[in-house]
Design a protein. Structure first.
Length: 429
């Protein structure tokens, strides 16, 4: 009996050991690819005396074998599934598993709790410039500048934020201060963040998905409709009407409604709530106008483009992603907005949207307002503001400032003020 077992087990073990190698070489089984950006290490092609004896060839070849090992994708999914199911952890970058399995991107939480607040002095100067640019563009070119505060999942679902972020001790956030100050200063402001929160308990269909980081598909269309109406009201004209033809409500979710889940690369799909997918048409009655639009925004705007919402409501649309890339070649940094004739591009437009969510609030409008301000108010220079801006730019994600704030039990705003004060003292010496 034991001999028979050995006869079976030994060949089986050998097959199991060699199966990954066979899969790597011959791709016997069709394996589901991992989601997200991933570039496996290439096979090294330089073997000589130097690369062998300094071990660089062996290290590169080992990395190549690890990255191309047969069944690697399945093994990664198994590991991720165990971490999520047993420990509520995820290997996806910056993804946080909250209460009730609500998934967040950490940056949303950090802004909601006030951990990314840049300070009133910084925002007051930037908003002063925004108001001047807005009024100037309207006066000389009839161009409407609109600041759009997109909703954020942490603001929408604060009750599911993990206790370790201490949401009960939240302080003033960038989005809260911007919402308040833009209203006070007469800046064209569409606060979708507050609007979404106000609809949270009354919306017929979910505005956010449990496993999505962006607004739901349904929420996206509601936001687009509101932006179009707000723009028409501001310009005293009528844009094409969004007609809500029908709705499909299903737990077979798609589009942005599971974008975080996809990056987690789990072995099994998570249980989905029923989401709404509207079918939209556009009615252009006689007298309707499609204004030319330029948007400086983040990935929330992608859904507008993929679903042809912008083309249906506006004309000649341009989209500058983070004010660094130009749609559709947003990753081609050989062509960037700053290399264009910025004044000419600005004055082509009827409407300019600067749209962002709480994750990206601390970018300070990505520098677009500052560049426009230089055009229309040349020669003006605020040394203190520029110093603040440079401090933030040098610590783009505020990692150092947050660590210092935690260490000395201060706010990020206070740490920035201390650094500015120390800089001034050093300069005087």
């Amino acid at each position: 009996m034991q001999k028979n077992i050995k006869k079976i087990l030994i060949p089986l073990i050998i097959v199991i050991l060699f199966l990954p190698m066979a899969q790597q070489k011959f791709h016997i089984f069709k394996i589901k690819r991992l989601n997200g950006f991933y570039s496996p290490s290439p096979r090294p092609d330089t073997l000589n005396f130097n690369t062998w004896f300094d071990e660089s060839y062996q290290k590169k070849y080992t990395k190549y074998l690890e990255d191309t090992l047969g069944f690697r994708q399945i093994l990664i999914r198994i590991n991720n599934q165990i971490n999520y199911s047993l420990f509520k952890k995820t290997e996806a970058k910056n993804v946080v598993v909250g209460k009730n399995n609500c998934l967040y991107e950490e940056g949303y939480i950090l802004d909601y709790t006030g951990s990314s607040f840049l300070g009133k002095k910084f925002w007051d100067e930037l908003l002063r410039r925004t108001k001047l640019v807005q009024d100037t563009l309207k006066k000389i070119n009839n161009t409407d500048l609109i600041i759009v505060l997109d909703p954020g999942k942490a603001s929408f679902y604060p009750e599911y934020i993990p206790d370790r972020y201490h949401p009960e001790n939240k302080t003033l956030s960038n989005m809260e201060y911007l919402a308040e100050q833009t209203r006070k200063m007469g800046i064209n402001n569409l606060d979708l963040n507050s609007w979404f929160r106000g609809m949270k308990d009354t919306s017929k269909y979910p505005l956010y998905a449990t496993y999505g980081v962006h607004w739901s598909t349904y929420g996206m269309y509601r936001a687009a409709d509101t932006i179009a109406r707000f723009t028409g009201h501001l310009r005293k004209t009528e844009l094409p009407e969004m007609v809500w033809e029908s709705y499909t409500v299903t737990d077979k979710i798609k589009d942005v409604d599971f974008d975080i889940e996809a990056t987690m690369n789990l072995l099994f799909d998570l249980p989905h709530t029923r989401m709404c997918y509207p079918q939209i048409s556009y009615n252009s009655k006689p007298g309707t106008v499609k204004p030319k639009i330029l948007t400086i925004g983040d990935s929330y705007y992608w859904g507008f483009l993929y679903n042809h919402i912008v083309d249906s409501l506006f004309s000649g649309q341009q989209y500058w992603y983070y004010f660094g890339g130009i749609w559709p070649n947003i990753w081609d940094f050989k062509i960037i907005p700053l290399e264009l004739n910025l004044q000419q591009e600005i004055e082509k437009q009827d409407v300019i949207l600067v749209a962002f969510t709480e994750l990206n609030a601390f970018y300070g409008f990505w520098g677009f307002i500052d560049e426009a301000y230089k055009i229309y108010f040349p020669g003006e220079y605020n040394e203190e503001y520029e110093a603040r801006k440079q401090l933030i730019k040098n610590d783009l994600y505020l990692f150092r400032h947050r660590e210092l704030a935690k260490k000395y039990q201060r706010s990020v705003e206070e740490i920035i003020e201390i650094e500015i004060k120390n800089r001034d003292i050093c300069q005087k010496k």
